[in-house]
Design a protein around this ligand. Structure first.
Ligand SMILES: O=C(O)CCC(=O)C(=O)O
Ligand SMILES: [Mn+2]
Length: 218
């Protein structure tokens, strides 16, 4: 249920989930009832933990800019990929997960068939036109028994959703503002990525796409 309790049942139509694979589905427009709260929270978090371009272990600068909220935050540097309790730029704990993030993540996970999901980490990705995320697995979490809930805001993007091996053919899934993708269970370690963002201007976010990736990392 993504409407009703907060905004009245007619505010946003509840659409059927679209299966992508066993354990994975797309929930179109699912985040729209939360959009104002989400965007305010992103501004608040990134005022405290500003977006930055991380370096890969191989020494490359990532085109996507990142920040985090939650008890744990995902980082990358020459020493590798990992979660930390503190922002290495400020030495401070990451800002806490906002209530709206938790509420949305739980509701989306439940719609995807995963009850009792309580994330402790949210990676916030900022894409500008041309920025991309190459095919990868989300595997730095302590366990892989919990799903990933991924929220798209701003400019549209094409999500690549592949198989458990890097070389497998990937689905190309168009994602728009408010869409949520959930993957877990047998799909948890599927390779995925984002094609280079096309130029454009979103009415609320301008020339950018923001992605929230909610995880149980610790
Ligand atoms: O931006 C997206 O939709 C995907 C982000 C992602 O896969 C990640 O942050 O690990
Ligand atoms: Mn990922």
């Amino acid at each position: 249920m993504n409407t009703g309790d907060l905004f009245g049942a007619a505010a946003v139509p509840v659409r059927a989930e679209e299966p992508l694979a066993e354990g994975a589905c797309l929930l179109r427009g699912f985040a729209l009832p939360w959009q104002t709260a989400l965007l305010e929270a992103v501004d608040d978090i990134t005022a405290r933990a500003p977006f930055r371009h991380l370096t890969t272990p191989g020494g490359l600068r990532m085109s996507v800019a990142m920040s985090n909220a939650g008890a744990l935050g995902w980082i990358s540097d020459r020493r590798g990929y990992r979660y930390t309790a503190r922002d290495p730029d400020s030495g401070l704990p990451w800002p806490p997960l906002p209530h709206a993030f938790l509420q949305l993540a739980k509701a989306a996970a439940a719609r995807g068939g995963f009850t009792d999901f309580t994330p402790d980490a949210c990676l916030i990705n900022r894409y500008r036109p041309g920025d991309r995320l190459t095919l990868h697995q989300d595997r730095d979490e302590r366990e892989h028994i919990h799903p990933i809930v991924s929220v798209s805001l701003g400019l549209p993007a094409v999500f690549l959703f592949g198989g458990l091996q890097r070389g497998e053919l990937a689905l190309r899934v168009p994602l728009a503002h408010g869409d949520v993708v959930v993957w877990g269970g047998p799909a948890r370690l599927r390779f995925h990525g984002i094609l280079p963002l096309k130029p454009g201007a979103h009415e609320l976010l301008g020339e950018q796409r923001i992605n929230l990736t909610l995880r149980k990392a610790g």
